[in-house]
Design a protein around this ligand. Structure first.
Ligand code: IFM
Length: 455
């Protein structure tokens, strides 16, 4: 491998999710999702917006696939809206919903683009939420039925399956912090929800394998790299706690280590939860550790941790860079390098994909209609260089998916954040590739990083 190049066969893609781009929230028999309900509840979304129309991808998918081809994408990661397929979560299948994804998959394959399908990127059927949602074990059973229906229908053509996107967000951001649907703030329920998400992953893996012989199956976890604010023991403890809460709680069980003992201790001290975690049943941890073919890694930033209780006697705090995106997430490419190395060598993971990485910057069209998003180019350059260095260190990284193909609905932040390599004018639904999209196309063509030219 020449110094700035990537291995032959390295897969270059972009990612989206159903609720963030599709729109058509009530069309062709689709049922209501928890995000439909959440966004229609006043006060939940910063700009009062919804995904009712979003990027109207449901109607514009063919043009969007043509755009992907024009930009040289080799792979496209998208998710399926569960309530399009099973409007009330279980039972009757809505063929019109399956047909949409059939058309999309066929269109991608005809354009030479490999589909990577995520089964769950957060749009749970509201009917299942009404019966308790992820904190209830039956939702894991329902997920397996849904996975069965989808993989039977698409499994003759889709060779890459991701069960879940970001279990931390599904479990904790949505049930502990309450920022995402269904907006709960109930700690034991949040841990139960996380467990049932992981369990449903483990249960679905053999079903997907049976329906799609030869396909690759994995899960996508999101990571925030934890670093201590100072070299003190107190900050080291705070850092280990954060890493356990955010990263290890999900990675350890998927790779057969069970829930981390230090975190079980921390969570059960004080009696809010019984020591044995009462939502865990015999055989669950073995199921969650089902063998997978790859890990999907979503990485955006790091967290710098200080022990607030011990603040008085700590050595000086490390100052984070003020290079932040519009999400106020620090730009920290070194974190991606460290993460990939840690995951591969620490957990012996045979294959990894970066299934999301990207940045929110609001740069829009100039008078000539061009979008010169140099900050995104710099962000991508730094993070792709981190991938390249990880490969050199021996990490079996097989591909990279930029988040996102196009600007879209950024959950509780509505349309205030633009992560796309393609600009979307939400009033007209016009798409305009940004400078970074052409830059990325050139990277893909060369299978190598160009030198970074300062703007
Ligand atoms: O937009 C989200 C995506 O749905 C999941 N990962 C993080 C992205 C940016 O916040």
């Amino acid at each position: 491998m020449a110094s700035r190049s990537f291995p032959t066969g390295f897969l270059w893609g972009a990612a989206t999710s159903s609720y963030q781009i599709e729109g058509a929230w009530q069309e062709d028999g689709k049922g209501e999702s928890i995000w439909d309900r959440f966004t229609h509840t006043p006060g939940k979304i910063i700009d009062g917006s919804t995904g009712d129309v979003a990027c109207d991808h449901y109607h514009r998918w063919a043009d969007d696939v043509a755009l992907m081809a024009e930009l040289g994408l080799q792979a496209y990661r998208f998710s399926i809206a569960w309530p399009r397929i099973l409007p009330v979560g279980r039972g009757p299948v809505n063929q019109a919903g399956l047909d949409f994804y059939n058309r999309l998959v066929d269109g991608l394959l005809a354009a030479g683009i490999t589909p990577f399908v995520t089964l769950y990127h957060w749009d749970l059927p509201q009917a299942l939420q009404d019966r308790g949602g992820w904190p209830v074990r039956a939702t894991a059973e329902a997920f397996v039925e849904y996975a069965d229906v989808v993989t039977r229908a698409l499994g003759d053509r889709v060779q890459h399956w991701i069960t879940h996107n970001e279990p931390w967000c599904i479990g904790l951001l949505s049930h502990q912090i309450g920022e995402h649907a269904p907006g709960w703030r109930v700690w034991p329920a949040a841990l139960a929800a996380s467990h049932h998400v992981l369990l449903s992953h483990g249960w679905a893996v053999p079903v997907i394998r049976a329906n799609c012989p030869g396909a690759e199956v994995g899960i996508t976890l999101n990571y925030t790299v934890a670093e201590a604010a100072s070299p003190s023991a107190a900050d080291a403890r705070a850092t280990r706690y954060f890493d356990g809460y955010f990263n290890r709680w999900f990675t350890d069980p998927v790779y057969g280590r069970g829930y981390p003992a230090d975190m079980v201790d921390a969570y059960t001290t004080g009696g809010q939860l019984p020591r044995e975690l009462d939502f865990v049943q015999p055989g669950d941890m073995e199921a969650i550790a089902a063998q997978t073919d790859f890990l999907g890694v979503n990485y955006y930033t790091r967290a710098i941790l200080r022990d607030e209780q011990a603040a008085d006697n700590l050595p000086p705090t490390r100052v984070a860079s003020d290079d932040v995106t519009e999400m106020e997430w620090e730009v920290y490419p070194e974190g991606l390098y460290r993460l990939l190395v840690r995951l591969h060598f620490g957990y012996d993971i045979p294959k990894l994909y970066v299934t999301e990485n990207g940045c929110s910057y609001g740069d829009g069209p100039d008078a000539q209609g061009r979008i010169q998003d140099d900050r995104r180019i710099a962000y991508l350059h730094g993070h792709l260089d981190a991938c390249r260095r990880a490969l050199e260190a021996g990490v079996p990284l097989a591909g990279y998916f930029q988040w996102s193909l196009m600007d879209n609905f950024e959950w509780a932040k509505g349309y205030t954040q633009r992560f796309g390599m393609v600009w979307v004018d939400y009033a007209t639904q016009q798409r305009i590739p940004k400078a970074s999209a052409y830059w990325y196309r050139d990277v893909i063509r060369a299978n190598a990083l160009p030198p970074l030219v300062a703007a």
